[in-house]
Design a protein around this ligand. Sequence first.
Ligand code: F6P
Length: 320
Amino acid sequence: MSKIGLLTSGGDAPGMNAAIRAVVRKGIYSGYEIIGIQRGYAGLLSGNQFINLEIGSVADIIHRGGTVLLTARAPELLQDENQDKAAEILKSKGMDKLIVIGGEGSFRGALTLQERGIKVIGIPGTIDNDICGTDKTIGFDTAVNTILDAINRLRDTATSHERIFLLEVMGRHNGFLALTAGLAGGAESILLPEIEYDINDVCKRLMHGIKRRKAHSIILVAEGAGDVFKIKEDISSQVKHEIRVTVLGHIQRGGAPSAVDRLLGSRMGAMAIDLLHQGKSGLFTAAKGEEIVALPLEVCFKGTKSFPDNLYQLALVLAK
Ligand code: F6P
């Protein structure tokens, strides 16, 4: 029976388990043996972290955050000799096919294995939603909802004390999470790595809100937009109002996946099997509107995902 390797890599994301479940169940249904590789590429390189996944192995996981296969960041796969080694290990175990669930770095690793004769399919799983070519990545919707929940809670206490809150959310290199949650949560200002901001403008907006008796203000700060504590100091020097900082951190990465992420994981996992079954590889599954399509892995390295400036402008207008 033909064997397909399956691993999750990089930061975990809610909905990865739904994708694992779909790969295993659709894979077995299609006549394959599915081998789970634990701890991502690091586990693959160790050569001894393989588990046979049966129909029952993925029972009771669709609603759980994280990844039952465990994950890791594996910078060692950047080295040529380790790429050769990883491909050799897969071949020696009879796996000439591999499905990788992860972000852009994980896809780069996948491509190096494709170039070494392994048939690879990527499934985009990261809360950052920063993979070029797909409208959505698995985990993004859940993380946005987690941030919205935090905003709602902060609003209660912010209103009671008439305070300003800075909420730092994830996004080292991009502000998709901050922008989407900020717009949906009605944040007064959203600070992103993509948009240069002037602290004087941020303060003017705050003062404008205070003058028209806004009970509180929430400012969303993507982690890549600058040091949130320094931003607090800069605002304090101009706005004489109490300010508090909340860093949401890894809370954004956990929790039960939303319906959107379960569906995305299930559909993409099943499609990854279909693509391999059709003899296709070197592709990743991508959400385009309501459809899931297959795109060459190279697409996600060719450009950066375009920033939705229209949403940013809308957020500015609506938060006046
Ligand atoms: O998963 C992506 C991401 O959440 C980034 O937004 C964040 O900066 C980073 O991972 C944190 O990674 P780690 O878990 O390695 O600290």
